[in-house]
Design a protein around this ligand. Sequence first.
Ligand code: PLP
Length: 395
Amino acid sequence: MIPNTNYGKLKDSYLFSEVARRVAEYSKAHPEKEIIKMGIGDVTLPLCTAVVEAMKKAAEDMGKAETFHGYGPEQGYDFLREKIKAYYAENNVELDLNEIFISDGAKSDLGNILDILGKDNTVLIPDPVYPVYVDTNVMDGRNIIYADANESNGFLPMPDEKVKADIIYICSPNNPTVDVYNIEQLKEWVDYATANNSLILFDSAYESFVADKSLPRSIFEVEGAKKCAIEFCSLSKTAGFTGTRCGYTVVSNELVYDGMKLNKLWLRRQTTKFNGVSYIVQKAAEAVFTPEGRKQIAENIMYYRENARIITNTLGEIGIQYYGGINSPYIWLKCPDDMDSWAFFDKLLTTAGVIGTPGAGFGKNGEKYFRLTAFSSKENTQKAMLKFKELFSAK
Ligand code: PLP
């Protein structure tokens, strides 16, 4: 038996495990110290009542013979897909129901989609970015090239005709660098992909945080994108589903490479390897798209936006350079005193008890940067910002 030796090429520790390890070590040595978590991108507000009520009702359905649900359609129930179709239609994106696939979250689909893409493709991945794109491609042994996202390009790398890639990852709003591509910029990527027979994997996990109405929330708002892009979306940050697990992926019927329809391949992959998301969770997800659910999740997003405002106001006051907090739940800051991002992590942890995420963990261009999240409670956000003021105001 030969194992998948590509696993040997993965970097030793996943970013968040290293963060957790350092925090555990510090807490063990200083059990009396309070720790404020502003690192991992998990939400803190509970599920909204519309979702909870739908879940309860669905659980009741499962307990009665007349409304019990066994195996469902692998690609998701129509009641939820109809809602998602209508959601896209609000931004003038027309989807066929069979183009929408429900899953247990964007992370699974981002990894699983690689099953239907050849291993000889060259992959272009922005740096810094959500680490899953790199690791899942390393596992498959694909050739990876990087697109630098830094201050010189406003953290939004653009296509370069000299660089040839078959698969292109775009995350907008990006995690961790917070910026959002506008329609014209996305159009350049779509044109590049069309001209080069490439495929764009577009991650819109943070679309609901885009406050600026002129910015796109979906790549399908760009003409021609249905012929060259797959979109991944998640209810994790939109509706607090990080622990409930539900997302959706749009694989258009117009994606044809080497005469093969990717929609057909993905359907085949999902029906073979996946048995669908539970009825209860899909009912909960359906409630997210009802008027009541929409209103309630908008209130939660406003709560996180207010946290972001508290963070950016403080950073502005104490003269730390930052990006984001408006169209993204993250704040990307430049480490003061030209500090390395892990050195800044250790300093914040040991002097202020605040945990953030070192930019270097997202790629080499993240070095000397740091990510803070607006997903904490307001109280903890305020506490953390007081600590920042104490530490850095003198500068
Ligand atoms: N995509 C990005 C850019 C993320 O930051 C995350 C989670 O943090 C995900 C996808 C994963 O989403 P899900 O919880 O739906 O798996």
